[in-house]
Design a protein around this ligand. Structure first.
Ligand code: FAQ
Length: 315
């Protein structure tokens, strides 16, 4: 018992000194489990997050837009793969993680359970969803677990490009016809509140935050990051000439931040529990893709086994 306490104290001292923890280092079991939970949920979010935008690849308004959207969606797949690899270093297999996703046991970000109804949603997802993801993930480049922190550096560079391409779509729409601007406003109206929910429950209702901050898994709390997102995004909406759908949104001189209205946490928990507008559709699409891809996985494995056998024989 004393031995474990000593190890835990030494571990915390390493964290406090700003050292990175690597997969083969000793770590408390809860630190390992928290990372498996967070990194795998993050990976699932990237992968399920391809679906709402994938919906618009065939309907993009020009070849240029189609290529850009295709590249963005592929980037998200890549992010999922780096993250699954980072989680695997903690002793969970990719198959186990997929199984947790496909059986509905694992979570993924609530935001991807909302439908994408117009082309303006592609702009709004880039601007707000990738925008929120960057604010959360820039902090994660300094997270204490080495493989996660390193994966986040590259991911953030790509998310930053995604945010700009989304904002540019909206700039064009907002400077276009009245109908195009209306489309952009409608997308903002639908995505604003779900984007604020991406940062997770308020700090006083977040069971994981206190320990995760202590272990430097989280460098800022859910509410701190949410406030930062609002402060950065409001002036960007002003440039677009769009109205954020929150009558309580107001600059607070004393705090040096925007005040904003009450988030509907009942809606958030409903979506997290599987009852959002698209939860069932998203899971069904993922499971179908997995089942339909079985012959590809089998063929790839058979090819790899054959190559291995040839190599072994040659040696
Ligand atoms: N949705 O105690 P906390 C992206 C759950 S990537 C669903 O505060 P924690 C890129 C939480 O898991 C977006 N569930 O939890 C892209 C926990 O449940 P559990 C994903 C949520 O972990 C863009 C419970 O509530 N980003 O968008 C959500 O300390 C465009 C209590 O919450 C990441 O995953 C939610 N929004 O803090 C892709 C970033 N919020 O597991 C495609 C890494 C909370 O105990 C297109 N993750 N829950 O059963 C994190 O930073 C953290 O995990 C938080 C949650 C901040 C999300």
């Amino acid at each position: 018992m004393d031995n474990v306490k000593n190890l835990e104290d030494q571990f915390q001292a390493r964290i406090d000194a700003g050292e990175k923890i690597e997969p083969k280092d000793w770590m408390p079991e809860k630190y390992r489990k928290t990372h498996i939970r967070q990194i795998s949920q993050h990976a699932h979010s990237e992968v399920v997050g391809m679906l709402p935008e994938g919906n618009w690849i065939t309907r993009a308004p020009s070849l240029k837009r189609k290529c850009t959207l295709l590249a963005k969606v592929q980037d998200e797949a890549g992010h999922g793969l780096y993250l699954y690899s980072a989680a695997e270093t903690l002793g969970i297999s990719r198959d186990e993680m997929y199984e947790q996703l496909h059986t509905g046991k694992a979570k993924y970000s609530s935001i991807f359970n909302y439908p994408t109804l117009s082309w303006a949603d592609m702009g709004t997802i880039g601007w707000l969803v990738d925008g929120a993801a960057i604010i959360n993930q820039v902090m994660l480049t300094r997270t204490s677990f080495g493989p996660y922190a390193r994966a986040m550096v590259r991911i953030c560079k790509e998310e930053s490009f995604h945010q700009r391409q989304g904002y540019e779509i909206l700039l064009i729409l907002c400077n276009g016809t009245a109908v195009q601007k209306e489309m952009a406003q409608d997308a903002l109206n639908r995505f604003w509140w779900p984007s604020l929910m991406m940062f997770g429950p308020p700090d006083d209702q977040s069971p994981n935050t206190a320990q995760s901050v202590k272990w430097k898994i989280k460098r800022k709390t859910n509410d701190e990051l949410r406030q930062r997102f609002v402060d950065i995004t409001v002036p960007q909406a002003e440039v677009l000439g769009l109205t954020i759908p929150d009558p309580d949104l107001k600059w607070n001189e004393e705090r040096g931040h925007y005040d904003f209205g009450e988030i509907d946490w009942t809606e958030f928990w409903q979506v997290v529990k599987g009852n959002g507008p698209c939860n069932k559709e998203r899971l069904k699409a993922k499971v179908e893709a997995w089942d339909n891809g079985e012959w590809v996985r089998d063929a790839a494995m058979a090819y790899a086994e054959k190559k291995n056998a040839q190599l072994t024989k040659a040696i």
